[in-house]
Design a protein around this ligand. Structure first.
Ligand SMILES: [Zn+2]
Length: 311
């Protein structure tokens, strides 16, 4: 059943609408899948499609309610812009919102109220257009206890726990987590693109979470054990030291040895390699640059340092 969460008249003809698809069968828990807060991050679109299709095909296997919100920043999604067009505003800095505020604050308040009380919420993001990320869940230390057991069930490759000092209180996930509604932030793939493999992987993860919650009777492939990157673990950021074009030679998710090249910066006019970007320590390359053009300081990749690989 398609429901309107928000419906507002825009100045002349159009209507601003945020919709969700509620798929319900029998009694049970409630899970929400939210995506499109950042309009240029499309990986979640494919997950919404796959999940809705599976649930529509076999509704009798569902016990409870799955609510799918593919485009909570609809103007952003339609124009593939990160923020809310016309407001020059990052929607994920507008939460928890306000009943009496401007339209963006009102919308934020409605969204939080709508998802509040769910047994689990997935807030699916992609990376930006510059970097590719392995499928991962990001958790703030503040909500570790509530979220980590759930995150481990979600079939992601990586869980990154951030220190409490980096918490952003104006995000959708923080607003829900702070009122006790568990919300997992997924980051995967790359901006403006969809990655079939990652979409399927997360869809299986969501079904697996549903199964552990007693919401799903269907078969689910075994989930992978994620690598845990704790707040005190060492993460190295690789940056370009010059301007040029970057070609990656390692894929995201590769284990790299100290001194190993992950890519190089070249000068197309002169036919020269300007820099080989190498791993400063051995570990897991969980982020790699996708966007070729680099300037001095551009982020090339991130490595989780693995102590067991240092010898
Ligand atoms: Zn995002």
């Amino acid at each position: 059943m398609i429901e309107d969460i928000v419906s507002l008249h825009l100045p002349v003809e159009e209507t601003f609408r945020i919709r969700k698809n509620v798929i319900r069968h029998g009694e049970g828990k409630r899970l929400c899948v939210v995506t499109g807060i950042h309009g240029d991050e499309l990986e979640g679109q494919y997950v919404c499609f796959l999940l809705a299709r599976i649930l529509n095909q076999q509704p009798e296997l569902l016990h409870g309610s799955v609510e799918i919100y593919p485009a909570v920043n609809p103007l952003g999604i339609d124009s593939i812009q990160r923020g809310i067009p016309g407001f020059d505003l990052d929607m994920n800095r507008t939460f928890p919102g306000s009943d009496s505020g401007v339209m963006t604050e009102f919308v934020a308040k409605k969204l939080v109220a709508d998802a509040a009380g769910a047994d689990a919420v997935f807030d699916i993001h992609a990376s930006n257009i510059f970097l590719t990320e392995v499928p991962q869940i990001r958790i703030n230390e503040l909500h570790r206890e509530m979220l980590l057991p759930l995150a481990r069930q979600a079939n992601m490759d990586f869980i990154w726990i951030h220190g409490a000092s980096t918490v952003l209180e104006s995000t959708f996930a923080y607003s829900l987590n702070s009122i006790g509604t568990p919300c997992l932030v997924v980051e995967m793939g790359v901006g403006m693109r969809m990655t079939e493999k990652y979409g399927q992987q997360l869809t299986n993860g969501i079904l697996h979470v549903m199964k552990t919650m007693g919401m799903w009777d269907g078969d689910v492939p075994p989930v992978s054990e994620p690598v845990l990157c704790d707040a005190e673990d060492e993460v190295i950021f690789l940056n370009a030291s010059c301007s040029g074009m970057f070609m990656k030679t390692k894929e995201q998710g590769s284990l790299v040895k100290k001194g190993e090249t992950v890519g190089y910066v070249f000068h197309p006019l002169r036919g020269e390699v300007l820099e080989y970007v190498t791993a400063e320590k051995s570990g897991l390359l969980f982020t790699i640059r996708e966007y070729p053009l680099v300037e001095e300081g551009s982020l090339i990749g991130r490595i989780l340092v693995r102590e067991d690989m240092q010898k």
